[in-house]
Design a protein. Sequence first.
Length: 427
Amino acid sequence: MVRIDKSQEGGNIMKKGKLGINGLGRIGKLSIWQHVGRKSFSEIVVNAGRQVGTSLEDVARVIEKDSTYGSIHNYLHGYTSGRLIENLDEKSGSMVIDGVPVTILREARNPKEVPWKSYGVDVVVEATGQFTDPTQPEDAPKGSVRGHLTAGARKVIVTAPFKIKDKSAQMPEDAVTTVMGINDNDYDPATHQIISNASCTTNCLAYMIKPLLDYFGLDRILTASMATVHAATGSQLVLDRAPKAGVSDLRRNRSILNNIILTTTGAAKALALVIPEMKEIGFVAESVRVPLSTGSLIILSIDIQDTPDQEPTNRDLINKIYADAATSNKKGYVQYSDEQNVSSDIIGHPLAAAIIEGKETDTRTATISFDLKQLKGYSKEIEDRLGRSVIEIPVTKAVIYGWYDNEMGGYVHTLTDRIVSIASMLD
């Protein structure tokens, strides 16, 4: 059962607003669950973009049941709860879910044709995964995220990283990427109309990196790398299939039920948008998909320069940094655990973007010999001043594990906070 934090619910201003959600996939559906549970908006308008099943009752069943999280009524109110969806009206596409009016639109696929203005929707969540390029004009042939603005929305929150197809194009001034609690203050209500909430992996990674940056500072972090062991996503196939023409990565067409699949992640690039200091650090990010419905893990490896006059960085210090960060972060976006978790333990966890697995934190310190003669601009004068050409630097490699529910508990929770925050700033 989800534990809704009452302090994060909308106030009277929010309860007068209407939320639009474009897409009824994983993030769109679970966003309905979150906003219904919080009562943060007076009404929710969902654009499915097509007919679903044979009736509105079929749409209601799609919203009501979930193979990962169970039913919405049990998730929100416990196992003794009964059905929360009622008052279905096929003609208007309306229903009431736990007291919140929800309207389902089943016609327009192009964002500019969704009648947001007619329904009084100011804030739209773009959750289809199809419209992620903020440089595309609103009249792009296949649709654009800017179409939502044309259709009447004032703010659009994209539930994925921006993907600019034209590599020569610059990020528009009215678009920004934020992670709630990390750089949400970068959002300027007067300037930004399109806001990316980055990815589930970037949200988790930001909360793993930020406490280390705050403690050690940029100068002491030499390099970093990560690998995410990630649950399956909707773009993957149940069975093997021949790829479309021009597809170069044949692994994307292999069955996720039977394989561990190597893939790519844009987490490193997106991380630099929310934590600009990361541009100064050599960073590598990799991704492995595994046959799970949700529940993912980041393995972060980081090299820290120690100082000769202090004890080397060790496991206890790293864990203390995260434990302190968890205590100081009142929203609970980063949490520290001394338990021996497995992936199913964090499914549906209602608060954390990252759960640090303290039991597995590991450190190793070594002294690296560095030949000054290899430095650009080396001179004999430097060697004479130091009395030697080889110096020794103590460096600690730390490996940290961070769990995240890449659907409801981690990503959708922080996304919901971001949506409520942006909506609350509307005049």
